[in-house]
Design a protein around this ligand. Structure first.
Ligand SMILES: C[S@@+](CC[C@H](N)C(=O)[O-])C[C@H]1O[C@@H](n2cnc3c(N)ncnc32)[C@H](O)[C@@H]1O
Length: 390
């Protein structure tokens, strides 16, 4: 960068640093109109009674100010225990896992910042070892970044120039290549702690592929912190119990319908939100949350580009997907990705201790010794990844 440009960036940072106004600088990685087109395409899917046609995929469920605010409300709802307890019990679980991180000056990249309260805890500790750390929350939702950062910085002393929020869809391989490139340019070979917390992984159809993509960000000196919801057993009753856990919360229902309300002109009837639990092979309980046309007649709804979609009677729109992973399968999943587990920490969910074997696992891992599990090189993106893996 020419020195004049560097000076202007420096002056801008200084002006922001000295201002009392709540400015935040944010790097936007993608054209948001393309994202809107992708969301509209997903909502044009064919008819299905089971939530396998029209859908709102992960990321879009939180995208925009209304879903962001609805998510923050749901996280505080005592009737939605998964997230509330995941947030409340995080400091204690993190404290144990933290002891397994080498005393290194890590930078911190938070994949999916959410309400930011877990990041606050992590930042607090990492800053002690590395006051110069770079904090890079990455999220598809600019509004979530703004909200999450406000929370993550409460009581944490970090100059604004060390915070770089990035609006990016991390489920796209090319985006991760660019993220890696950006990190290399900013922190060089210094170690980075990446996190994917709050069972975010479970929201993706191809969850293991997503985790595989994200773990490619790791160099030998880096670490990855993963939090997933777990179950000790798999059966249909537990699957129904897992679905009920979400169904109980009105605030969660408002969150899960928020994107549909925001991006279509459908009049939402909460009685048409259906929570379906099932067993996904030997690996997880899966909960699909769908919106079903139960009016007895065909409907039509309008998308943001003013096109209309027919929504026949009994047709569905999948609003959200989540899972509880079989605890005994987690190590195998990490092995299949070629990563090395350094620590795993399990805790039960208080509300279910007596009744249901549900909990949360916090896993810390590093890149493995081999790259045997990585898929063969197929794309330009893969060639670029390889050049980082030295
Ligand atoms: C379940 S919340 C978890 C929030 C937080 N990590 C926690 O544990 O409380 C998922 C977060 O990931 C973000 N997210 C979901 N899919 C994404 C994607 N494909 N790309 C970027 N961010 C995504 C959402 O906007 C949201 O902030």
């Amino acid at each position: 960068m020419p020195s004049d440009d560097r000076q202007s960036v420096g002056r801008l940072q200084q002006a922001i640093e000295e201002s009392d106004f709540a400015w935040s600088l944010c790097l936007i990685g993608e054209d948001q109109s393309h994202k809107l087109a992708a969301l509209a395409d997903d909502l044009r899917g064919g008819p299905s009674n089971t939530g396998d046609g029209k859908q709102i995929t992960s990321g879009f469920a939180y995208w925009g100010i209304a879903p962001t605010v609805a998510w923050a409300h749901a996280c505080n709802d005592p009737y939605y225990p998964v997230m509330q307890q995941s947030i409340e019990s995080f400091p204690q679980r993190w404290r144990r896992v933290r002891a397994k991180l080498a005393e290194m000056p890590y930078h911190y990249v938070s994949l999916g910042v959410g309400t930011g309260s877990k990041d606050r805890q992590i930042l607090h500790d990492l800053l002690t070892a590395n006051p110069d750390l770079l904090y890079m929350p990455v999220d598809m939702s600019a509004e979530m970044l703004r909200l999450g950062m406000r929370e993550s910085l409460k009581g944490v002393s970090i100059p604004r120039r060390q915070m770089v929020p990035v609006q990016l869809d991390f489920a796209i391989e090319e985006n991760l290549v660019e993220l890696r490139r950006l990190l290399e340019a900013v922190v060089g070979a210094e170690p980075i702690l990446f996190s994917l917390l709050g069972n975010t992984m479970a929201n993706f159809d191809d969850d293991v592929r997503l985790l595989g993509l994200l773990t490619r960000l790791l160099r030998p000196q880096d670490r990855f912190l993963l939090e997933v919801a777990t179950t000790d057993e798999l059966n249909d009753d537990l699957a129904a119990g897992a679905a009920e856990e979400y169904e109980r919360s009105r605030a969660y229902g408002e969150f899960v319908t928020s994107a549909l309300m925001h991006y279509t002109d459908l009049t939402i009837n909460m009685d048409n939100v259906v929570y379906r639990g099932s067993v996904e092979g030997d690996r997880a309980l899966r909960v699909k949350i769908i919106y079903q046309n139960r009016t007895g007649g065909d409907l039509r709804f309008m998308l943001p580009d003013r096109t209309r979609v027919t929504f026949p009677d009994r047709d569905t729109i999948r609003l959200y997907l989540t899972r509880k992973y079989a605890r005994r399968g987690l190590d195998g999943m990490l092995d299949s990705l070629g990563v090395r587990k350094l620590h795993g920490m399990h805790s039960g969910l208080a509300a279910h201790r007596s009744a249901q074997p549900f909990g949360m696992n916090l896993l810390l891992f590093a890149t493995g010794e081999t790259t045997a599990a990585r898929p063969p090189q197929t794309s330009r993106a893969e060639e670029i990844w390889s050049s980082y893996r030295t």
